[in-house]
Design a protein around this ligand. Structure first.
Ligand SMILES: *Cc1c(COP(=O)(O)O)cnc(C)c1O
Length: 360
C-alpha cells in the first residue's frame, strides 16, 4: 500500500516494532530516560535551545495549547490565513475570547508581508501573530522567515503551526525568532497520530506568565515542571513515545540537511510527474510545498472517482480537497517515510487511473 495523504503518514518498521513493547511505569526511571532523551533530540530537530514540550494530543491540541498558554481573553491577535488550517488557528483563538483581526489571503495565494506590516502598524496593541508555515490544505509553504522578520520588527509574539513542515522542511526556530511552534507526530515524524510537540521561547514564557486564558490539561507551567523530573503532568501516550524514540534515531542518523534535501527531491519529482500528466499545480510552484502537492485537475477529472480508482485498483491512497476545495483538487502527501521510488509508483498509478476518472 502507498498511503500518500498528508498525515497520517506511513510508519517505518522500527517505529511499529517499538510500539509493541510492554508498558512501563510512566513515573519510573525507564520512562524518565526515554522522555529526557526524546526531548533533547526534539530540540535538535526544532533547532532550538528553548523548551520543547510533548503533549498527548493531535496537532490541533498543540495549536490550542499555543493560544491558551500565551494569551488572555480580549487580547488582540493578528491571524494570517491563506488556507484551511490558518482558519482553524483563527477559530481556536476566537473560541477562547481573543479579539481576532483576520488578515486573509485567497487560498493558495502567498501572504503579503507588506499587508502584515500594515495591519501591525494600524493596530499597535496586537499581542500576537498566528500563522501556518506549511498550508497542508493548499500544498503551499509560506515564507515564514520573511513573515517573522516583519512580525519581529513590530516586536510581537509569533505563534506558528508547523504541523506538516517541522522535520521535513527547514525551520530553524531560534534563528527565525518563532515563539511557539507546533507540530504533530503523524506528519513528518513517522509516528502514529497522538503526540503534539511544541517549542516555547523565552519570550513566550514571559507572555505565558501573564496569560489568563482558561487552561488545565494544556498548561505549559505544569508541563515544564514535570519535564524537569522527566515526566509529563498526565499519563503520556507511552507507546507513541517509544515510536518517537525510534524515529528520532532514524531522523538524526540521516541528518537534518539530508532530510530536507530528500523532501525537496521527492517533491520536485512529484511536481514534475504531475505536470507531465497534463495536470497543474494548485499554487504557484515558487511556493509549492515539499511535503504535500495539491493538484488542480481543472474540472476535467472527477476527483472522488480518481481517489477511489487509485485506492481500489492500485492500493494508492491520496487526499482530496478540504472544505471549499472539496472536489476541486487532490493532494499527494510526500512527507516522513518516503523516497523517490514511492512517488514513482504513485505517479505511475495516477497515470493509469486518470483516464478512468475523466468526466463524461
Ligand atoms: C494536520 C494538520 C493540522 C491538524 O492536525 P491534527 O493532528 O489533525 O489535529 C493542523 N495544521 C496543519 C498545517 C496540518 O497539516
Amino acid at each position: 500500500m502507498q498511503l500518500r495523504i498528508p498525515g497520517p503518514t506511513p510508519c517505518p518498521p522500527q517505529a511499529l516494532q517499538a510500539m509493541g513493547q510492554q508498558m512501563v511505569n510512566h513515573r519510573g526511571d525507564r520512562f524518565v530516560k526515554i522522555l529526557k532523551s526524546i526531548t533533547e533530540r526534539l530540540k535538535q530537530v526544532f533547532q532550538t535551545k528553548g523548551d520543547v514540550l510533548l503533549l498527548t494530543a493531535s496537532g490541533t491540541g498543540g495549536m490550542e495549547a499555543a493560544i491558551v498558554n500565551t494569551l488572555s481573553p480580549g487580547d488582540k491577535v493578528l491571524s494570517i490565513t491563506n488556507g484551511f488550517f490558518g482558519e482553524r488557528f483563527l477559530d481556536i483563538a476566537r473560541a477562547y475570547g481573543a479579539e481576532v483581526i483576520a488578515l486573509g489571503f485567497e487560498w493558495g495565494k502567498p501572504v503579503d508581508p507588506d499587508a502584515i506590516a500594515g495591519a501591525l502598524r494600524a493596530n499597535s496593541d496586537i499581542k500576537a501573530v498566528l500563522v501556518v508555515h506549511n498550508e497542508t490544505s493548499t500544498g503551499m509553504t509560506n515564507d515564514l522567515r520573511e513573515i517573522s522578520s516583519v512580525v519581529k520588527t513590530f516586536d510581537k509574539l509569533l505563534l506558528v503551526d508547523a504541523i506538516s513542515s517541522l522535520g521535513c522542511i527547514n525551520l530553524p526556530v531560534d534563528e527565525w525568532n518563532c515563539d511557539v511552534v507546533v507540530t504533530g507526530s503523524q506528519k513528518g515524524w513517522m509516528v502514529p497520530p497522538g503526540l503534539a510537540m511544541v517549542s516555547v521561547s523565552e519570550r513566550a514564557w514571559q507572555a505565558h506568565a501573564r496569560a489568563r486564558m482558561p487552561r488545565c490539561y494544556w498548561d505549559f507551567t505544569l508541563a515544564k515542571e514535570h519535564l524537569q523530573k522527566g515526566q509529563t503532568p498526565w499519563t503520556p501516550a507511552v507507546s507513541l513515545c517509544y515510536a518517537l524514540d525510534a524515529t528520532l534515531d532514524l531522523m538524526l542518523g540521516e541528518g537534518l540537511d539530508n532530510i530536507f534535501a530528500r523532501h525537496a527531491r521527492v517533491a520536485q519529482l512529484t511536481r514534475n510527474g504531475v505536470k507531465s500528466l497534463g495536470l497543474s499545480l494548485f499554487c504557484d510552484e515558487k511556493y509549492a510545498s515539499n511535503t504535500v502537492t495539491a493538484v488542480n485537475p481543472s474540472g476535467r477529472i472527477d476527483v472522488s472517482r480518481l481517489i477511489r480508482v487509485l485506492e481500489d485498483e492500485h492500493d494508492v491512497i491520496i487526499g482530496g480537497g478540504q472544505e471549499r476545495l472539496s472536489g476541486k483538487i487532490f493532494r499527494i502527501g510526500h512527507l516522513g517515510f518516503v523516497c523517490e521510488d514511492d512517488m514513482e509508483s504513485v505517479l505511475e498509478a495516477l497515470g493509469k487511473a486518470l483516464p478512468l476518472a475523466k468526466k463524461a
